[in-house]
Write a protein that binds this ligand. Structure first.
Ligand SMILES: [Zn+2]
Length: 127
């Protein structure tokens, strides 16, 4: 493994290696005076990417989160490398789905609970 660059802010736009997986990622300045690490050579259609993860390039080369809703069907966008990085946990891309899954898990638990202690004989014999 090589030496990872520190202080990427000083270097402006360019590429750096991901400290987690070692692959190259594009370091791009954002409108908010900061920078973001984007997946290189990857421009999916914006509507296929969760809203807050769509980065689009501006005329001056900086990027910003694409705020048009609903998205233009032909608009392409960039995504952060961390979403594509095999060595980092995937962030919660669909928070409302995560909430729904949590609610369903509780509902399934409530449904299953009363049956288990009452009729254990109904379970198939696995002997
Ligand atoms: Zn990575």
């Amino acid at each position: 493994m090589g030496v990872f660059e520190e202080e990427p802010r000083r270097l402006g736009n360019g590429q750096s290696r991901c400290p987690y997986c070692g692959l190259l990622q594009d370091r791009v300045a954002t409108l908010e005076q900061d920078w973001v690490l984007l997946e290189p050579d990857m421009a999916p259609l914006a509507h296929t990417v969760p809203a807050e993860h769509r980065w689009i390039a501006l005329s001056d080369g900086r990027v910003t989160v694409y705020g048009v809703c609903p998205p233009d069907p032909f608009q392409r966008c960039r995504i952060e490398h961390r979403l594509a990085c095999s060595a980092q946990p995937l962030p919660d891309l669909w928070p409302w789905l995560t909430t729904l899954r949590g609610e369903n898990a509780r509902q399934a638990e409530r449904q299953a609970d009363p049956e288990r202690p009452e009729r254990p004989e109904e379970w198939p014999d696995v002997g």
